[in-house]
Design a protein around this ligand. Sequence first.
Ligand code: ADP
Ligand code: MG
Length: 265
Amino acid sequence: DNQQNRTQGAAGTTDAQKAPQLQLKDIHKEFNGNTVLSDISLDVNAGEVVAFIGPSGAGKSTLLRCVNYLETPSSGELLIDGKPTVKIASKPTRNELMNLRRQVGMVFQSFNLFPHISVLRNVALPQERVLGRSRKEAEERAMELLTRVGLGDKADARPSKCSGGQQQRIAIARALALDPEIMLFDEPTSALDPELGGEVLAVMQELAATGMTMLVVTHEMSFARRVSDRTVFMADGRIVEQGAPEQVFGAPREARTKKFLEAVL
Ligand code: ADP
Ligand code: MG
């Protein structure tokens, strides 16, 4: 390995560039003395799609929220490209948070679009605010992304004129417009009818095919099985087991996983 490091070093790359894109090290989280995440460690490589499944209350959302610091981990370390993102357990600086949220985009169950501005402006505005893009540049990029998620024709409409599935695709375009390295999805289809959820899952599958690194909390077992490179089963604030989806779904090793899958499949 050292040999390899030296060779690559000579070619001008650094150790940091070879590190997993995202590293969670012993992430621990308590709410009022209750442990919700017990020392979770996980490495995610660039381009990997990791699906998180497990019962309600397992800590899946909290884990995802810790990754971009919507929740403050009680202890542990978070690294992106081998570099610490924020100093956990000390208050992160505004700059640290801005950088982190630029690198890591997130899509939630609720879309939270601004109702009083157009779909196009919804996707352009964060680019202007966060990245300092000109209005023209931001709107061009917004149009490109809306087209990519199949909604170019909705650019001038208000979000309320769009279906739930369309609104969620707009939320995905809005997150992608900030050029994140990593995308987090927390049950993005759980508020949608199956049909509308399907169009959101299709957009996510296309995104996965472009090589985006994705962490996806989902109750859509078929999506996890079909699209993820790795499926992580969580319960009681721990990773119970993880592996290739064929293994986790087809031949789960842990009784806890089997029981969960029998109940949901
Ligand atoms: P999941 O997404 O797997 O359903 P969550 O991460 O939402 O699980 O929740 C894990 C546990 O943490 C649950 O017991 C939940 O009640 C608790 N929890 C989540 N958020 C908070 C909070 N802000 N304050 C207190 N407890 C919370
Ligand atoms: Mg959740």
